[in-house]
Design a protein around this ligand. Structure first.
Ligand code: SF4
Ligand code: SF4
Length: 441
């Protein structure tokens, strides 16, 4: 049967996948070709893979596992995992020795303010042993160790994830401010800019009318197959985000972790979403490049918009990956008793460590490419051009000093999803319910 030139169905596209005839491109591959002057018709693309990797505070885990033999204690009142507090419940645990717990992604360790639930979830996914401390309602304290393999139920839930891009932040005031949108005090007088959002790669940016993303849409969350469960909290038609769920046992640690902001630990989550291109209207959204996607610049003190730029200003002609050249290290703080590299304490994901014997250690897999080290490293060991933005009425260009989205990791997630579809490991699913975002929260 001749394929329609104006409309296709999910099953037609899945049929092409099954026959090995499908054309799948990542959103970035399409936009790169558009920038090179190529034009596309509906018949040229069947599926676009999209992704976003960013700080997504609305993330929590539901864990259920055995901590003791039945009747060892009556009831757990308080629980910590690797010193990170867990909410006991929602189900009671009387005398059974099995706990149901909820761990919020932004919780901080009671002993280390730089360690949070995002770090804990990553360590679990890495297969590391974690310490469980229980305070019973009778005042008894019990401890045990566990690993993700010993936790039969470990689901990561998203209550507010995968925003349709986000915002950029500046501080027009004279005084530096503490904010979740920076990992240090944010300098005043427009001395710097931070931002969030993966631009043209973003899932909701590619399907803003939600023709293919809905309740039950299969997605990858941190590399594990999961599902969209509905609209995310505080969603509006203007600023939508998604809720979802996936099994932590299948996750890839590369796509997740903790990230310290000015207000404590936050959590990195990565989504990849396949979008079957059903009609020409969808194609017009998919062909939009960073230069056509607005990025509001807001005052970090009150979130009021003061300028508008585009995602091209922050993602085009900039380095998405932060390069590391150990040979350029000046060992600048060797006089310090602890031989600390100034970047070590600064890195929001703890990817940099000064080892007294081995010297400077850099964990590439852990690095979020946020770029904060670039302006702070005196030797140029860490390098990337993050962009410098002209804002009307500001008499200097405003340098980007921190990115709270990682386009490199998002691209990898979109590429992984493309491969899984090509190999028949990921089936395109039609949503079972429509998501409608309200006009007001
Ligand atoms: S700040 Fe840069 S140059 Fe100095 S010790 Fe750290 S990595 Fe080396
Ligand atoms: S870019 Fe630098 S500061 Fe940011 S995560 Fe990587 S090493 Fe850490």
């Amino acid at each position: 049967m001749e394929e329609s030139t104006s409309h296709r169905t999910f099953s037609e596209i899945q049929g092409k996948i099954d026959r090995g005839e499908v054309v799948i491109l990542t959103a970035q591959e399409i936009c790169d070709r558009v920038r090179d002057g190529e034009t596309f018709e509906l018949r040229d693309i069947d599926v676009v893979t999209t992704a976003t990797s960013a700080l997504m505070s609305g993330t929590y885990a539901v864990l259920s596992f055995k901590v003791a033999e039945p009747d060892t204690f009556t009831k757990a009142a308080k629980v910590w995992i690797n010193s990170v507090p867990a909410q006991v419940g929602p189900c009671p645990n009387e005398r059974i020795g099995i706990l149901d717990l909820i761990v919020l992604g932004t919780e901080a360790s009671k002993i280390d303010p730089g360690y949070g639930a995002g770090d804990l979830f990553r360590e679990l996914v890495l297969g590391k042993k974690v310490l469980v401390e229980i305070e019973t309602d009778e005042g008894q304290t019990l401890t045990s160790f566990t690993t993700l393999k010993q936790i039969p139920h470990a689901m990561l839930h998203a209550s507010r994830n995968a925003f349709k891009n986000y915002l950029a932040f500046v501080n027009p005031g004279k005084v530096a401010v503490s904010t979740i949108f920076h990992s240090e005090m944010m300098k005043g007088n427009y001395e710097e800019m931070t931002f969030c959002g993966c631009g043209e790669l973003n899932p909701l940016e590619n399907d803003p009318e939600l023709k293919t993303i809905g309740i039950g849409t299969k997605v990858l969350i941190n590399g594990a197959q999961g599902f969209v469960t509905g609209p995310g909290t505080r969603s509006t038609a203007d600023k939508p985000n998604l809720a979802g769920v996936a099994d932590m046992h299948k996750m890839n640690p590369e796509f997740m972790g903790g990230f310290t902001t000015g207000h404590g630990p936050d959590i990195i989550t990565t989504w990849a979403v396949a979008i079957p291109v059903l009609d020409k209207e969808m194609l017009t959204h998919i062909l939009k490049t960073d230069a056509q996607i607005p990025l509001k610049v807001v005052d970090v003190r009150n979130r009021k918009p003061i300028f508008e730029i585009t995602y091209a200003d922050v993602w085009n002609k900039t380095n998405h990956e932060v390069k590391f050249k150990r040979e350029l290290c000046l060992k600048c703080d060797l006089s310090h008793v602890e031989n600390l590299c100034p970047v070590e304490n600064l890195c929001p994901v703890k990817a940099v460590k000064w080892d007294t014997e081995k010297g400077l250690q850099f964990d590439r897999e852990r690095c979020f490419n946020c770029g904060l080290c670039v302006s702070r490293c005196k030797g140029g060991t860490f390098f990337a051009y993050l962009g410098s933005i002209e804002l009307e009425g500001v008499n200097h260009k405003v340098p980007v000093t921190l990115r709270q989205s990682d386009r490199m990791t998002a691209l990898k997630a979109a590429q992984d999803l493309k491969l899984q579809i090509q190999k028949g490991q990921f089936k395109i699913t039609e949503p079972v319910g429509k998501i409608n975002f309200p006009d007001k929260p």
